[in-house]
Design a protein around this ligand. Structure first.
Ligand code: G3P
Ligand code: MG
Length: 360
């Protein structure tokens, strides 16, 4: 049986031979890039998976990042250009990509989308199928006294034409898509919505949470070109929980409730596996039995953050590879104690070479 499935899984397409029983998910920050700086090891790693290896086989891959605040297409274009390997939007899983599924429930309802610059996350939410989106900037533009410590936002930072009376528009949900670029404002605005009667700003604060909260990335820190890890979206979650507790101290109000997307949560891994299935079906053609290929496929995750990348990959039944170029900074030869990876290597090129050799 294994010979049959191997024959089926080694497909030839116009782009060369594909090794479909193997797949790789790359983390981006701290693995392929450090902030604005693309890593040479990252360039070589993507080239190796594109067939420049001793076996001449292409290996399907996706980029599985807790980053976001841009569209999947924009991220694909940015990484393609910086790392020199063509990557399509259908290879990208951003922290907020699986939040598309929430549009089934909230697509026509009024939602507050938080995070990122200008109105970009609102635009992304609209492409996901949310048709009635507002942002903290829209609220502050409506009532500057709501957050008096900033200049009223310019028109091109708003997600809609000014003029909506938000005291007449309850929110059905709050969705944090990306890092807050203004923690203070977003702590104020989000707690306002979540504890106002009928989740309507300006109404009395009531002793319960009045709308559901969804957040996309609980990374406390991430790695960029600064020598020490930087606060991620998870740092905002910590502040939000603390403010919620402080604001409601002594009232008997329960802790803030919220649902999480992003690594290490299973929803991200299932979404990535779906993209890998599509890639296999596209390059392999009708001869590929996707269900059978799935059963025999080994997926490797290469990441720098044990609490996100390694924890999530281990739980998903993937093989985890930890690199030493980002958040993890244990001494050489060590592994993470809480979330040990299957293997620890210096950088992503070593990771890919280890995978290609293991799978040869
Ligand atoms: O803000 C991005 C960060 O939290 C993680 O990105 O690519 O390391 O998952 P990445
Ligand atoms: Mg990372």
């Amino acid at each position: 049986t294994s010979q049959v499935s191997c024959r089926r899984l080694l497909q030839t397409s116009t782009g060369g031979d594909w090794q479909l029983q193997t797949a790789v998910a790359f983390d981006i920050d701290g693995v392929l890039v450090k902030g604005k700086q693309a890593l040479d090891a990252g360039r070589r790693a993507l080239s190796i998976l594109s067939g420049n290896n001793a076996h001449g086989k292409r290996i399907p891959f996706v980029l599985l990042t807790n980053g976001g605040g841009v569209s999947e297409a924009a991220k694909a274009q940015d990484i393609s250009q910086r790392l020199g390997t063509p990557i399509s939007a259908s290879q990208i899983v951003l922290a907020h990509s699986p939040m598309q599924s929430l549009a089934r429930q909230y697509g026509s309802q009024h939602v507050l989308v938080v995070g990122g610059i200008k109105n970009r996350c609102a635009e992304i939410a609209r492409t996901y199928g949310f048709t009635n989106v507002s942002t903290p900037n829209d609220l502050v533009a409506w009532r500057p006294s709501m957050w008096p410590f900033m200049r009223p936002p310019p028109l091109d930072h708003l997600s809609q034409a000014p003029g909506r009376d938000f005291s007449e528009h309850p929110f059905a949900a709050v969705m944090v898509f990306h890092d807050s670029f203004d923690f203070g404002r977003d702590l104020q605005v989000v707690t306002d919505v979540l504890r106002s009667e009928n989740a309507t700003v300006g109404r009395p604060f009531v002793g319960r949470q009045t709308a559901p909260l969804f957040m996309s990335n609980e990374d406390l820190v991430f790695s960029n070109e600064y020598p020490r890890p930087r606060f991620g979206q998870g740092a905002y979650h910590v502040c939000l929980r603390a403010m919620w507790q402080a604001l409601n101290a002594g009232t008997g109000m329960p802790e803030l409730e919220y649902s999480l997307f992003g690594k290490p949560h299973a929803v991200q891994y299932r979404y990535a596996e779906g993209l890998l299935d599509q890639i296999a079906a596209n390059v392999g053609g009708p001869a590929v039995d996707v269900a059978e290929m799935r059963r025999g496929r080994r997926i490797y995750a290469i990441g720098d953050n044990p609490a996100a990348d390694i924890k999530g990959a281990n739980a998903a039944g993937w093989t985890s590879v930890l690199v030493r170029t980002g958040v993890f900074n244990g001494p050489p030869g060590s592994n993470d104690a809480s979330n040990p990876a299957a293997v620890v290597v210096d950088h992503v090129e070593d990771a890919v070479n280890w995978i290609v050799d293991t799978e040869a």
